[in-house]
Design a protein around this ligand. Structure first.
Ligand code: PEP
Ligand code: MG
Length: 587
């Protein structure tokens, strides 16, 4: 598609979420709310209703088959197999017969009759204590929503169906939306909701997809035939940019390209400061595919493996022990001789999974709710499966296990006791694993930070999750664009708690790393390193820039930085000190 000069340029402002500039045609991703009508039909009309049902089933079959072959071509047969399960649901005579029977006995229209039957099936399978049947819930839900859309004449979109390169415009994106998208097809993301540390944004940043979030009513202002330019540095979106804007951005992109070249010129140089002190930079990853970019940027191992991404890639099934083991083992082997910190499942909050959470009722405050270690300690079957897979993978390389969202010593001890039990089971089965696997906790809840002295006695290492630590400390939902201005890492309370946790880890002589987004932020990386963080873990794409920056520091500058920052009480001024420190070194 070419740039439309007929339409006037419109500029929209949002929050700069993932850096970079990109342009392309718009793809407006909107889900229509599914409002299933309910009315009585006369017996004479029931034959016609049955016919409508039949043609919706045929249309659904056609769509699923098309989707199946598109995914098979693009991603391979393995990824396409999910649609075979969907076709099986469509073939289930019980679902079809019961729908017709329900219509005849109740006199309700076919959509409502089908909806009642499908919901009954979903409720029944969700309650079964069997993983296979639980997985079927997602398939039934997916297929029934598709059938309903077809009966109601609505079109349903998923990002897996995006087949051309475009700028994706959405109300909001979930991590599974982004996980399902074939990376080459999203040039940029623009959303109405979200914040810099929402998980979909973290994934966009890891994939180097420029993003602007919090753009009010963008889905109403943009249509399919608009051309979009996204500036992920400044948080600005141009709808139908003028030739002048396009030319200006050509220059900006050229300048950024030049800077990246300079930074990449040092990618193979050692991680040592200007006065010869070594530093460690590792990568935050979500799958084994990230290893390629890790090698490209010379990352020193994996400081955070977000294992939930292995689950989110397939929202309609739960990977079994073997699938998880293979995923973890491939990563662990690929990263050797470096180590991988494998974080156990951090599901919940903005990371909802169709099957794992299917039996749970909707929460008022998901970020403060049934998430991460809380979910695992109450779902021991899933937890056991994952721990077995991680422990088995530990026999193939250097693995550390980390528990997310620890809020108390008791919770940490429960998680450790269960890990010990699972390790004992594996040992009894004669399965090989690392018997001395280090175990650590994420420090991302204020209570854990305050109790870090106690927790350190029970941990081999800490990793500070600044994304959550800031949201819980400041009571600012990390995904809510309305209060994004309050999500302020320079708030002195944040700086005090970071300094405290690092000092406690030092006092107790355990390793401490930082794996939240602040670790890869050039304003914060020098401060965190200066405070004593043993390693910084970040999206692989930003490693070269942080390396370039730390190579231009000395202990004396870092000490002066700490002194200046902690002498200041105003968040805005602290921000200026931090920005000045890095801009002076990056020019
Ligand atoms: C964090 O909270 O800082 C973190 C690294 O974990 P996540 O972003 O996955 O919640
Ligand atoms: Mg977290």
């Amino acid at each position: 598609m070419s740039v439309s000069h007929a339409k006037p340029e419109m500029m929209l402002r949002g929050i700069a979420a993932s850096p970079g500039v990109a342009q392309g045609p718009a793809f407006v991703f909107l889900q229509q709310a599914l409002d299933v009508p309910c009315y009585q039909v006369s017996p004479e009309k029931m034959h016609e209703e049955g016919k409508r049902f039949e043609s919706a089933l045929l249309e659904t079959r056609k769509q699923i088959s098309q989707l199946r072959s598109a995914i098979a071509d693009r991603l391979g047969e393995g990824e396409a197999a999910i649609f075979d399960a969907h076709l099986l649901v469509l073939d289930d005579p019980a679902l079809i017969d019961e729908t017709l029977k329900t219509m005849h006995s109740t006199g309700f229209n076919i959509e409502h009759s089908f909806h009642m039957v499908a919901e009954r099936y979903i409720a029944f399978f969700s309650k079964l204590d069997d993983e296979y049947f639980k997985e079927r819930v997602g398939d039934i839900r997916d297929v029934s929503v598709r059938i309903l859309h077809n009966m109601l004449g609505l079109s349903r979109r998923t990002l897996a169906e995006v087949t051309e390169s475009c700028v994706i415009i959405a109300e909001d994106l979930t991590p599974s939306d982004t996980a399902n998208l074939h990376s080459g097809h999203a040039l940029a993301f623009v959303t109405e909701g979200g914040n810099r540390t929402s998980h979909a944004v973290i994934m966009a940043r890891a994939s180097k997809i420029p993003s602007v979030v919090g753009v009010a009513s963008v889905t109403e202002q943009v249509t399919r035939d608009d051309y979009i330019l996204v500036d992920g540095y400044e948080g600005v979106v141009y709808v139908n940019p003028s030739p002048v804007t396009l030319e200006r951005y050509q220059k900006i992109q050229y300048k950024h390209g030049e800077f990246q070249e300079k930074v990449f010129g040092e990618v193979t140089l050692p991680n040592v400061t200007a006065d010869g002190v070594p530093f460690k930079l590792s990568a935050n990853v979500g799958s084994v595919e990230d290893v390629q970019i890790m090698a490209h940027v010379h990352a020193g191992g994996v400081g955070l493996f977000r294992t939930e991404n292995v689950f989110l890639k397939h929202p309609n099934r739960v990977p079994d022990e073997e699938t998880q083991f293979q995923a973890y083992k491939s990563l662990v082997e690929a990263v050797l001789p470096d180590r991988v910190i494998v974080r156990t499942l951090d599901i919940g909050g903005d990371k909802q999974h169709g099957i794992l959470m299917s039996g749970e009722s909707k929460e008022q405050n998901p970020f403060m709710g049934f998430r991460a270690i809380r979910f695992c300690l109450e779902n021991k079957d899933y937890f056991r499966t994952q721990l077995r897979a991680i422990l088995r993978a530990s026999a193939f390389g250097r693995v550390k296990i980390m528990f997310p969202m620890i809020s108390s010593l008791d919770e940490l001890l429960q998680a450790k006791a269960f890990l010990k039990q699972v390790a004992g089971e594996l040992e009894a089965e004669g399965v090989d694993f690392d018997k001395n696997i280090p175990v650590g906790a994420m420090i991302e809840i204020p209570s854990a930070a305050i109790a870090s002295e106690l927790l350190a006695d029970q941990c081999d290492f800490f990793s500070i999750g600044t994304n959550d630590l800031i949201q819980y400390l400041l009571a600012v939902d990390r995904g809510n664009e309305r209060i994004a201005h309050l999500y302020e890492p320079c708030n002195p309370a944040v700086l005090y708690i970071l300094r405290y946790v690092i000092s406690m880890a030092k006092r107790k002589k355990i390793e401490v790393s930082v794996c939240g987004e602040l670790a890869g932020d050039p304003s914060f990386a020098p401060l965190l390193y200066a405070l004593g963080a043993d390693s910084l873990s970040m999206a692989p794409a930003v490693i070269p820039e942080i390396r370039y920056l730390l190579r231009r520091t000395t202990r004396a500058d870092l000490d002066a930085l700490v002194k200046d920052v902690y002498a200041e009480t105003d968040a805005r001024k602290i921000g200026e000190i931090l920005r000045n420190f890095y801009t002076m070194r990056l020019i």
